[in-house]
Design a protein around this ligand. Structure first.
Ligand code: ATP
Length: 267
């Protein structure tokens, strides 16, 4: 693969947990340099597993990639440890906001600079603070006292401290109020436009993800069942009905089967 190819490419991967449960069944996707790509799907579709497979974080959960290949920036990365991936500019922000609760916001951010050897930590801190002014205001507070949205900013800020070229962002909207979700997504768009950071974004909230992404993949049962430019997916009648909660007949008949089957997270 040349340096002109996609920044990330996942080719036909299978993932198995505990040598028993086949969870990804030949999943293929690619993320162009400078893109924002959304990985959509319901609960349990396999989005988080895909992110962990890319970041090589499956082993601690007794999971393994049993087939396929993952390339980043033209090189095969399956098997590389996360600090090696961070040095290559690939960072993962897991779902669930794992800030260190007793450390100050600033110390949380500094943890993210561990893979840096250029000594420019102060400069990176200032960049993160300019992206998230709220973190600067609270920099001496323990991260455990931040609101959910601020904690999300803190873990994204921590990933930014490594000056990544690409961030894998898992369910950033989870548990956040709509206004905060917009704030987090517009920050992602700003980092993409101004600093050229590439994003792969796993999201259950398809409506908001498709507004910010350039391209999307819909995952069901561990494989991609639909893909296309974000605007085309947002206009696709089946996706509108099943993932965006915009089915005209269901809207007309509140008791319809389609409405009852619609997952809770779409309402
Ligand atoms: N450690 C594990 N061992 C066995 N099965 C697992 C493990 N982790 C996840 N699974 C299963 O793999 C499937 C995919 O889960 P995954 O978390 O990747 O889905 P998801 O699309 O990210 O869903 P969610 O949005 O709920 O996080 C689910 O059926 C889940 O139960």
């Amino acid at each position: 693969m040349s340096a002109q190819g996609p920044l990330l490419s996942v080719a036909g991967i299978e993932v198995m947990y505990s040598r028993l449960a086949l969870v990804l069944r030949g999943l293929t996707l690619s993320v162009p340099r400078g893109g924002i790509v959304a990985l959509l799907g319901a609960n349990g579709a396999g989005k988080t597993t895909t992110m962990k497979a890319i970041a090589n974080l499956l082993r601690s959960e007794r999971g393994e990639v049993t087939k396929g290949a993952i390339h980043y920036d033209g090189a095969r990365i399956d098997g590389l440890d996360p600090s090696d991936l961070a040095r290559r500019g690939l960072s993962l922000v897991m779902e669930g906001r794992h800030a260190f609760p007793t450390l100050s916001v600033e110390d949380n951010l500094k943890v993210g600079a561990y893979s840096r050897s250029d000594g420019a930590v102060a400069e990176s801190l200032e960049r993160v603070y300019s992206t998230f002014p709220r973190l600067k205001e609270r920099r001496h507070q323990p991260a455990g006292l931040l609101s959910g949205g601020e904690q999300q900013m803190c873990v994204i800020g921590r990933a930014l401290m490594a000056r990544p070229r690409m961030i894998l962002l898992d369910e950033p909207s989870m548990g956040l109020a709509p206004l905060l979700v917009e704030e987090i997504f517009s920050m992602m768009q700003q980092l993409n436009a101004e600093a050229g950071v590439t994003f792969l974004l796993a999201e259950q909230n398809a409506a908001v993800a498709l507004r910010y992404a350039t391209y999307g993949y819909l995952v069901e049962g561990g494989r991609v069942v639909r893909e296309g430019p974000a605007h085309a997916l947002a206009a696709d009648p089946e996706i509108r009905a099943s993932y965006l909660g915009l089915d005209a007949s269901a809207e007309a008949d509140g008791a319809s089967l389609a409405a009852r089957r619609r997952p809770r997270w779409l309402s």
